[in-house]
Design a protein around this ligand. Sequence first.
Ligand code: 5AD
Ligand code: FES
Length: 360
Amino acid sequence: MKDLIDILRKTRNLKEEEFAALIRGMSDEDGQYLKENAFQVKQAFYGNKVFTRGLIEFTNYCKNDCYYCGIRKSNTNAVRYRLTFEDIMSCCEQGYELGFRTFVLQGGEDLRFTDEDIEKVCLSIKEKYPDCAITLSIGEKSYESYKRYKEAGADRYLLRHETADDEHYSLLHPGSLKLAERKQCLWNLKELGYQVGTGFMVGSPYQTPECIAKDLTFIKELEPAMVGIGPFLPHHDTPFKEFSKGSYELTLRLIAIIRLMIPNGLIPATTALGTIHPKGREEGISWGANVVMPNLSPVRVRKQYELYDNKICTGDEAAECRACLQRRMLTVGHEIVTAKGDFIPHTFETVEGKEDICTM
Ligand code: 5AD
Ligand code: FES
């Protein structure tokens, strides 16, 4: 498998069947080789600096019913909440003081928040903190809505595609949700000039190495600025409660593969990774991730944004998380920086007549 890893590093891509073969056939030794390569590439672009994003989970109401998700509409046990405009602004104020220069507004697909509401939040944040980036993560919307948010100041958008395999998509979601529509949203966001983030869960029910190979191929095609992946973790009030969690090791390997595919990409060590293993976020960095996204939501609602069981950091104040993450990053020789952390496009060198060779 080392030959495939070498090709991946050099050309930043593999054929779909090669991705599947790599995922199926990777030994521990290959894994270590992959990790070393991913770490070197990450170091070449970002050194030992880790970007941070302040996550504000502003509503857990959702009109969707994804089978894996703890805040799905049909979960009547979920205690629902919405933050007010003032709550959101006060999260930003606290976050700014702590050194955050990106605010991620994430929520379920909650129609009570109108486009005007989202615009108002974006305009207000930009007015008060012109040196900060705004990332939205509020699901599938029309082109027109995405355009309005962009014009109101949103810079980035996170929308995981969840799986790039049609059949697998239909096993994770009710029929009202379609992969083609999800993908179209991502293309629309790109066209509108957002820095776009996509991603998927590792080890979601019915996922095969072929599904993951399709995910990677789709990511290559989309060329996102950010890719978020984390292990699937069951939630006790969902149809998937009996399924096992995803593989920690495979998640780390996929972070490394994605780093080699997008050397300059922004790849978070996610909360799900920190939930599945106590050192998950640190290890994520060692395997090529370069972003952490601690929570800025008020502690009183933290536990309620429960996408999966045992989510970490639900009882900790934002300041505690920031300090904790700073310490954790230090244990792997990294430091959290106060910076917007925009995606910087990079033109890869042309070597021996071949295009797009990564020589980093
Ligand atoms: N386990 C892991 N990740 C999950 N997400 C939703 N539910 C779960 C779960 N049970 C992820 C999805 C979504 C993101 C916000 O959280 O990929 O896009
Ligand atoms: Fe939240 Fe450690 S990052 S408590």
